[in-house]
Design a protein around this ligand. Structure first.
Ligand code: SF4
Length: 382
């Protein structure tokens, strides 16, 4: 199966001016370092790590939503599969590869990228109150999705062969053609667990709770049937009591439509409960990746082991709760070698030879686990 999104060696730096040159002659700060991962159709993929590890920067670079002109993708590619058949007709061969049905979102002209945003890849942000317009009713905001969705390809199909039209997954909104937008919205709201749909539709955002608003954002993201949803810590701003409900709605609704989800979170509990695969990020690099069960049951990297040990359990109290000493370094202090070395307890108890490597400028190699070739981590101990 081809991945719907393939991020390859993505490096992002901050500190550029309008001409793409370093601002004030100061070397830009590189915050992510050759980040690579694939997301397959229908998969729930989690990117996990502490604040400041580069998770959100990586996720927002997919649709180039980082502040401009300061943030730039300095290396790597973001290959998106589903849109290629249509977009490949209009852009240069360096950006789109029609043979492999992929298009590089990192290089796509902004006008073309705009067709992908929302229609092909949708976003759910942390704060639903800020994502919605406070002076417009929910009904009007949901209906706006249809106004700004990419045009139905059946309108364009006259210039596409039937074979290519059926291949084209670029928002052929066949259901939108058949059904009234409002009927579809009602159906989706019911699936998201809303009972009093008429009242919800006529409400303004301030009249609904945070959990309800986030479920509306999920409905809004799924209305145009995207191939991928990027959910950037969608439950961080919500009460603990509704977090599980919102994630369950996201998982259920995405799996019904076969939509893949890229979930950004710092919560290993959420990862273990909802994700299929996970990538653990530390200081701008992916340090471990694999199927959730492999990573949770047999974590390879000391950082992943630390994150798992820090999950509070029912019987734990403040005196026995574990934590990882220290904090994530600032990007200006990123080193070439292992960036976790200053906080790594395993390094302290390792042999002199390993300790020397850990403190050197040598980057730890990426090694596969014995029992699973898809479970990998970067550490000298492996
Ligand atoms: S390479 Fe060394 S310092 Fe880095 S995580 Fe592994 S043991 Fe720890």
């Amino acid at each position: 199966m081809n991945p719907v999104l393939s991020v390859k060696n993505l490096s992002v730096a901050f500190g550029f001016d309008k001409k793409g040159k370093p601002r004030d002659g100061v070397t830009p700060l590189q915050v992510t370092d050759r980040v690579s991962f694939d997301i397959f159709p229908g998969e729930f993929f989690a990117l996990v790590g502490e604040s400041g590890c580069g998770k959100s920067v990586t996720a927002m670079s997919v649709l180039r939503l980082l502040p401009q002109p300061s943030a730039q993708i300095v290396d790597g590619s973001v290959l998106y599969n589903a849109a290629a058949v249509e977009i490949a007709e209009t852009v240069e061969s360096s950006v789109a590869d029609s043979k492999n049905a992929s298009v590089d979102l990192a290089k796509l002209p902004l006008a073309e990228l705009q067709k992908v945003r929302g229609s092909e890849i949708a976003c759910i942000f942390q704060e639903p109150m800020q994502a919605l317009n406070p002076v417009v009713t929910i009904k009007k905001q949901l209906l706006e999705v249809f106004k700004f969705s990419a045009p139905c390809k059946s309108q364009k199909s006259a210039r596409l062969s039937p074979e290519r039209h059926s291949q084209s997954s670029f928002s052929c909104h066949s259901r939108l053609d058949r059904e009234s937008p409002l009927a579809l919205i009602r159906e989706q709201l019911a699936l998201a667990g809303f009972k009093d749909i008429d009242r919800v539709l006529e409400s303004y955002p301030h009249e609904l709770s945070g959990g309800m608003l986030q479920r509306i954002c999920i409905v809004m993201a799924l209305l145009s049937k995207p191939k991928l949803i990027i959910a950037d810590e969608p439950t961080t701003a919500l009460d603990v009591t509704v977090q599980a409900q919102v994630l369950a709605v996201l998982k259920e609704m995405a799996s019904r439509t076969g939509t893949a989800v890229l979930l950004i979170t710092h919560n290993m509990g959420i990862v273990s409960q909802y994700a299929d695969r996970v990538a653990v990020m530390y200081a701008g690099r992916i340090v471990e990746t694999g199927a959730v069960r492999d990573v949770i049951d047999r974590p390879l990297h000391p950082y992943t082991q630390g994150l798992l040990a820090a999950i509070p359990e029912n019987h734990s109290d403040m005196r026995t709760m574990k934590s990882i000493p220290g904090s994530v370094p600032h990007p200006r202090d990123f080193v070439k070698g292992c960036r976790f070395a200053d906080r790594c307890e395993k390094c302290t108890s390792a042999s002199a030879e390993i300790r020397e490597k850990c403190k050197s400028s040598q980057e730890p190699p990426c090694v596969a686990a014995e029992k699973s070739a898809t479970h990998t981590a970067s550490c000298f101990l492996l």
